[in-house]
Design a protein around this ligand. Sequence first.
Ligand code: AHR
Length: 507
Amino acid sequence: MSQARIAISADVARAQISKHLYGHFAEHLGRCIYGGFWVGEDSDLPHVDGIRADVVEALRNLEVPNLRWPGGCFADEYHWRDGIGPREQRPTMVNSHWGDVVEDNSFGTHEFMRLCELLGAAPYVNGNLGSGTVREMGEWLEYLTRSDDSPMARLRRENGRDEPWPVPFWGLGNEAWGCGGNMRPQAYADEARRYATFCKNHGDNKVARIAAGGSDDDLSWTRALMEAVACVDCQASPESPIFQGVSFHYYTYASQGINTESATEFSTSDYLRTMVRATGIESAIRAHVAVMDSYDPEGKVDLVCDEWGTWWLPEPGTNPGFLHQQNTLRDALVAGVHFDAFHAHARRLRMANIAQTVNVLQAMLLTGDDGSMVLTPTYHVFEMNKGHQDGTSVDASILEAPSLDVDGHALRALSASASTKDGQLLISLSHLDPDQEMEVTLDVRGAGVTGATGRVLAASSIAAHNTPQTPDAVAPRDLDVTVDQRILRVTMPPHSFATVSVALDHA
Ligand code: AHR
């Protein structure tokens, strides 16, 4: 058994952890919307206004703070007017990015807003900058958020919705370097400024305009966008930025790149390389933050990671354009280490969206047309970690932990983070060693401890996953925590994720 020691300073606050770091993403891609969320009003499956009831119930348990829609790449070929009005009259289109299938637009603006209401999630609508127009984008926001007798508000009423919806987040296109228009950073930055100008705040609705940035640690986009924010030749300024957010995307794979490696058939080396890639999110965030700090030291513009997660080969037998993949304990650990990095950078990183919520990439839920639904190991990490939402990130310093050698790279075998909320301390631990147990000593400082409980997500194989036949192959169970005044101890199985909830006594 290996040993690790962490000092947690319950009184050394870093930043508030925005609940929006636990955001989600639902694209018109494969079976995420159709067959995932949306089954239609005529379905025999239990549903609310055409939306699968069991999916809503499972996601409500995660306290989903926001939902990004309709893409992704799909966003830049989506024309919102095709998705309003009587469903049987809506025009169809080709979803050219994802399976080249015909989209019938039966799930559109009103259906998405209903889904957000059912989930209790804030809408993050991604506008079409790549193939749309400035007018189209501006009018969509007017349609959604305006309450008076404006043309778009009237059209919304004609379609059955009197009151406007609150829309706090707005995406200005997506991956402009690729599917969003193959632009160069400077050209996109200027376009994004133009589009942002016409994305108005209507009435009380205050929308955060999020410019689409680069991938991984490509800083050229962040730099160009922050220069556009800081532009001295135009009215916008850091005091009144033209975008309120700059995004980037970060996908995880083992070593060959996205969409090349099996989700379930992998070696220990593949697993360890995956963890090296996943833990790399921390340095990627740090690099983006450094650029943003240099232009905007006061932190008026937020960093947003609006696509993250694993990207494996699609499940054999499924449409390759649908990106339907299984989800193992390995994926759960990828999620665990991402959240540690998100918490550590909570000052600037204010929103993140896992790709994607149902049936696509690193999903929470896998559904079948027969009515089956499986909670994935990643779902359980989101559930076990939900207490961090809107908590205060506190210092969790790993004083001692073994390293694993991965192709000459030293991978620390433990990742951790902690937050306080309502007199409770929540500690998350990702134990990455595939072979041996680890005894973790948690030294809580800055407050007394009156009790502690633990939960662990583990399985004998790192490739373990849930299916309709074995839905609880990977599910949380209780973890013993020994408490000796302010010193807590847990023993973590190989490749496992755990949370420890500690009742604090500040007296
Ligand atoms: O999440 C799947 C796709 O990945 C998105 O549509 C795109 O933005 C990214 O390349």
